[in-house]
Design a protein around this ligand. Structure first.
Ligand code: PEP
Length: 253
């Protein structure tokens, strides 16, 4: 049984005070979500990690980061290492988000290095994959997803794949208000699982959680999350307010 993971990606929103306030509200409203029904994570900006970590300490809410550099330490001005994330109490790290790929030119090779380094330091990567609108329209969605998965997972052995969560995030659905239909999402999630079977094996692939992300809201969460290969959600905009994030999480209560 795969426990769904609902993760909130706060992107570049919330200063320290706002982050503490949102985390405190979430801690209160989500306290009775059973850990075996759903796992919840929040991924604030780096500067908020420490304060949010203190707020959610002792709860079932996990802390996630939105990026990481693939080195332990060194002269890499402006970057944050896996050891720094660990010392701030981070459990998950989002890697390969489409905004990182698009605006910061991250390649599958870069993401692969980050995933390896994250796992080496006992962090749990949330690997984002997804196609652009023109790729969906020209029928290359599956090729794009396969290339992303094989590139990002290259050299990652079977016994490590259990620490990875995959997030399918069609780029045309992120922050646009357009959501993939449950059938469209399920089709790609199934393809992702089949690709994992071909890279590893059925048992390994069956254990990997595959989240859907792209304009998930309380009113579309239910039908998406009912699909057999959708194991939770990576939520952007709707995770910035406690009531909308709570409404998505409470679907699993
Ligand atoms: C995201 O940032 O990963 C995301 C899915 O955003 P939104 O929910 O706003 O589309």
């Amino acid at each position: 049984m795969r426990t769904p993971l609902i993760a909130g990606n706060w992107k570049m929103y919330k200063n320290i005070n706002e982050a503490a306030e949102l985390a405190t509200t979430l801690k209160n409203v989500l306290k009775d979500v059973a850990a075996d029904k759903a796992e919840v994570a929040i991924c604030p900006p780096f500067t908020d990690l420490q304060v949010v970590s203190a707020v959610i300490k002792g709860t079932n809410i996990r802390l996630g980061a939105q990026n990481m550099y693939a080195a332990q330490e060194g002269a890499f001005t402006g970057e944050i290492s896996p050891l720094m994330l660990r010392s701030a109490g981070v459990h998950y790290v989002i890697l390969g988000h489409s905004e990182r790929r698009q605006y910061f030119k991250e390649t599958n090779e870069d993401i692969n290095k980050k995933i390896k380094m994250a796992i080496e330091h006992s962090l749990f990567p949330i690997l984002c994959v997804g196609e652009k609108l023109e790729e969906r329209e020209n029928g290359t969605t599956f090729n794009v997803i396969k290339t992303q998965l094989t590139g990002c997972l290259a050299g990652i052995p079977k016994d490590k794949i259990g620490s990875i969560v995959v997030a399918y995030e069609p780029i045309w659905a992120i922050g646009t208000g357009k959501t993939a239909t449950p059938d469209q999402a399920q089709e790609v999630h199934k393809f992702i699982r089949e690709t994992l079977v071909s890279l590893y094996d059925q048992v390994t692939a069956d254990a990997v959680r595959i989240q859907y992300g792209g304009s998930v809201k309380a009113d579309n969460a239910k039908t998406l999350m009912n699909m057999p290969d959708i194991d939770g959600a990576l939520v952007g905009g709707a995770s910035l307010k406690a009531d909308s994030f709570e409404a998505i999480v409470k679907f699993y209560k």
